[in-house]
Write a protein that binds this ligand. Structure first.
Ligand code: URA
Length: 242
């Protein structure tokens, strides 16, 4: 049994404060009976209606993890390596939204919301992903331009991407390039650079749509706010129509 306002907020319907107001306003029914007491409790077997809408009571959870290098993006690794699941505490069965390689760090979402996962990884939704790649060698801007217009990897041309050269280190013979892609194919960034002749020696995902790593250090995580989850849903609907 949990407090009604918490159940409503956890369902993603609205914030806990808004839920309290809805309860006070008599807009919440439990098993068909109006409940206006803020101390009321309910369980997942109760039918809860808010403003005429029946709540979906699955407890949805959304985590934004700053994945460190040296961790696998699976729920269970057959080689017994550390997985992203070892880094978060949750009573839910969470799954990663897409994948980052073992040696890639950066932003990874974990959730038990399969619907949102499918929307976010579907190529038609063109979710923006921003990577920072350290390359072996000094990049040729003309080759980057060619790559950004679409390049064949695994027999299929990539969608257009954007790039920015952030730093050239002539002494170390390395280049730092920011790459923005809108798909999520296997090892996509490494393969795109390889296709124009460069090896990626370090890779970090800095952004996933409007979400970034601000406030987190490697290995840390936070929960998304209701507003962020709603924005992700809204974004996939909007971009899917383009
Ligand atoms: N592209 C890659 O090559 N590796 C990642 O981990 C993510 C994108």
């Amino acid at each position: 049994m949990e407090r009604l306002q918490k159940i409503i907020a956890n369902s993603g319907y609205c914030s806990r404060r808004k839920a309290e107001q809805l309860i006070i306003d008599g807009k919440v029914l439990v098993n068909g009976r109006q409940v206006t007491d803020l101390g009321s409790k309910a369980s997942s077997s109760d039918v809860i209606t808010v403003e005429g809408h029946a709540l979906k009571l699955e407890n949805k959870e959304y985590i934004l993890l700053y994945k460190p290098r040296g961790v696998v993006t699976t729920t269970n690794d057959e080689k017994n390596r550390k997985t992203v699941m070892d880094l978060v505490e949750s009573t839910n069965r969470l799954y990663p939204v897409g994948r980052l390689d073992y040696d890639t760090s950066g932003l990874l979402l974990l959730t038990n919301d399969g619907q949102l996962t499918n929307l976010l990884i579907h190529p038609s939704n063109k979710v923006e992903k921003v990577y920072l790649a350290k390359l072996q060698g000094i990049v040729d801007p003309a080759l980057l331009k060619k790559m950004s217009l679409g390049i064949v990897i695994d027999g299929k041309k990539t969608a257009k991407s954007k790039f920015k050269i952030k730093k050239i280190d002539k002494k170390k013979n390395t280049s730092l390039v920011e790459l923005t892609i809108y798909e999520g194919r296997n090892h996509q960034v490494k393969k795109m650079f390889k296709a124009i002749g460069y090896d990626v020696i370090k890779l970090k995902r800095e952004r996933f749509s409007f979400l970034d790593l601000k406030g987190l250090t490697s290995g840390e995580y936070r929960h998304l706010s209701i507003k962020e989850v709603k924005t992700l849903y809204a974004l996939t609907k909007k971009q899917g129509r383009d």
